[in-house]
Design a protein around this ligand. Sequence first.
Ligand code: NAP
Length: 276
Amino acid sequence: MTNKVGLIGFPVTHSISPTMHNAAFRELGMDWEYDAMAIPPDILKYGLREPMQHGYIGLNVTIPHKEAVMRLVTPDPIARAVGAINTIDFRTNTGTNTDVQGFIDDLKAYHIPLKDQTVAVLGAGGAARAAVYGLAREGATVVVVNRTMQKAQVMLADLTMSAGIKGIEAVTLDDAVDMPLSLIVNCTSAGLYPNIADSPWVDGVPFPRNITVYDMIYRPMKTKFMTQAENAGGRALGGLGMLVRQGALAFKLWTGIDAPFETMYATALIELALKG
Ligand code: NAP
């Protein structure tokens, strides 16, 4: 019998995860199938129960359900620390968050040093939580910049409560540029398709020269923020590697088999090009 896994979110039509995972299953000759299910928030409970009762091994979870599923399955320590689940294993009824490791693994694949480095995280949503948690765990000194300062403060208070992370400051962009930054990570949705003219780096604040930036956005693959960094002599990396790596980690969790990363990455690239 075919083993089934999938994605729940609302909407899910934009997702490249089904193509990416199904390519991986084909590559390894596995009788597995990954599909996407659009589940509106008001029926989330049934949206989980239905696939579970139909024998699904597990699910990926995307916007807007990542926080809400925390109440419906048991979060592991990483999901509890971040406050969001993106991968569920129905065999143990647990949820984890592979965004954290997917992000850190991608930075490491680019040989970006983290320990004792000063890193600015832009944003205070779910992606920023994963980034701050992962970077702090790697021994980086993190500062957070968010359009709504209060939201950054709430995020940091939550991370202190859930993961014991202390000493991280929420600062303004002006204050951040005066710090000895070695990396800036965009965890905001500013610049995300179709709003490609947006950037979290507001006009009037000089972009630090020769700095590495990582933009979690992968659509478009080159954001305005990345161009701003390159124009200031820096190195700019997009978020596609993170997307593939969080998927590869979910693949390993469900199947017990190492995911074929190159196949998943190449498939994701083609799918992005096709979706425009
Ligand atoms: P979210 O929870 O909705 O948070 C959005 C954040 O973006 C908030 O901090 C918000 O600031 C900020 N923001 C939105 N528009 C802005 C603008 N025009 N200028 C400045 N700040 C703005 O979203 P999320 O789940 O954290 O996701 C954030 C981004 O990460 C998305 O683009 C998503 O696609 C990407 N992501 C990528 C991966 C990957 O695998 N590569 C994984 C997860 C997420 P306020 O608090 O002021 O509203």
